[in-house]
Design a protein around this ligand. Structure first.
Ligand code: CTP
Ligand code: MG
Length: 383
């Protein structure tokens, strides 16, 4: 990406000190991997490549390591510990760069990773004439005023705009404005702080790509529409054991040996679901070393994997299972197995296939020493 040669030099702040509490992620959202990189890194790279210097990044206390890792190797970046609110995080970052005496500063949310250079250019250009400039987008829907669940009037979408970041300011003026801020502890953005201090704020065209990632669903938009997983498992046959296959109990002279109920078919199916969402394998989630899973019904593992699938933004499209054994014959149990699995996973029976094959008396399955099962699953995106 080219540097902005013809425009004034500018400094930048990225606020990345929030908790991301609405995002449903396992760490603050600015540090999760999104399109192959930590979220924070996307806009940091865009700003550095556009010529921002210095770039001061506010990160949360006690997760500093994530911040350093996220921006490793990026030049001209400095970190500060953020504050309780976004407004405080901005003020702390602006204070830190006072000695650099920048003329202009762009202030940006880490939660808006996709930052097009054109927006930076429009903002920096606007600072030639105005002390502050912000990117806005039109409202496309009509607006209503709500009162207790009822429409109480109409809003005027022609005069209301959606506001994004980065927001651009003459440095000294936004610094003073932040120090003078006496409004709500959490000002939504810096334009409000500037406006309160009497600065005229110019509006430039924003960009849909700059949308803010806020909720769990926002992190799932890039998921593949279909995913596929495979699973394979083997259990030994032994005397005095029960035989469970696909959640169905089978009367047989030998049964499968294992820590749980050793339902080899269900285990293969669970692995195919976990595999499809990249969530490891059954042993990771239910280690045999854990006494909780002693004699556990494998239906519980399948229920759990189904929940993980839903949490990852998918539903089961179809599953296909093959059981490899000489005995017992699976045919008489096939429909009961399909019904049981479809009930556990909450899918239509038509989406569940159970097949069986012998191995022509070859190998461990052929000699009746054990039973193997393999499964494949397709998942369909729900978000
Ligand atoms: N932010 C910050 N310091 C805070 C609070 C927020 O630097 N004390 C930053 C966030 O990291 C984010 C931006 O401000 O980049 C916009 O805030 P928001 O989207 O609300 O993020 P979070 O506050 O982290 O999320 P949530 O409100 O869901 O907890
Ligand atoms: Mg917040």
């Amino acid at each position: 990406m080219p540097k902005i040669q013809s425009l004034q030099p500018f400094a930048a702040v990225i606020v990345a000190a929030g908790k991301g509490s609405r995002s449903g992620q396992s760490r603050p959202k600015q540090f999760v991997t999104w399109r192959g990189k930590p979220l924070l890194r996307h806009s940091a790279e865009a700003l550095v490549q556009a010529g921002a210097s210095p770039l001061v990044v506010a990160i949360p206390e006690s997760t500093e390591g994530f911040g350093y890792d996220a921006l490793s190797g990026l030049t001209g970046v400095r970190f500060v510990r953020g504050g309780e609110t976004r407004q405080q995080s901005v003020r702390i970052a602006l204070d830190e760069m006072q000695d650099d005496k920048p003329n202009f500063v762009l202030i940006h949310d880490a939660a808006r990773p996709d930052l097009p250079i054109e927006v930076i250019q429009r903002l920096v250009a606007a600072l030639d004439k105005h002390p502050a400039a912000i990117p806005v987008l039109p409202m496309v829907d009509s607006l209503v005023i709500e009162s207790a669940g009822m429409m109480a009037g109409k809003g005027d979408r022609d005069i209301l705009k959606r506001v994004q970041t980065p927001q651009a300011f003459r440095f000294n003026e936004i610094l003073s404005a932040h120090h003078a801020w006496k409004g709500a502890p959490d000002a939504g953005d810096d334009a409000q702080v500037a406006c309160q201090a009497g600065l005229p704020v110019a509006l430039v065209e924003g960009d849909e790509r700059l949308r803010k990632l806020t909720f769990a669903g926002d992190f799932m938009e890039d998921l593949a529409p279909i995913r596929v997983g495979t699973g394979f498992d083997v259990h030994r046959l032994g005397k005095g054991e029960e035989l469970w296959l696909c959640g169905v109990h089978i009367e047989h002279d030998v049964g499968l040996v294992g820590h749980s109920d050793a339902d080899v078919a269900t285990h293969a199916l669970v692995d195919s679901l976990l595999g499809a969402i990249g969530a490891g394998d059954i042993g990771m989630h239910f280690p045999p070393s854990d006494s909780r899973w002693k004699d556990a019904p494998s239906s519980a593992f399948l229920q759990y994997a189904t929940k993980l699938v839903a949490k990852a933004g998918y539903r089961i499209g179809n599953v296909d299972l093959t059981i490899l054994c000489e005995n017992p014959r699976i045919g008489p149990y096939r429909e009961a197995m399909r019904a049981k699995l479809s009930e556990i996973m909450g899918v239509d029976i038509g989406a569940v296939s159970v097949k069986a094959t012998t191995t022509e008396r070859l190998g461990f399955a052929g000699r009746g020493e054990g039973i193997a099962a393999q499964a494949s699953a397709t998942l369909l995106r729900t978000v």
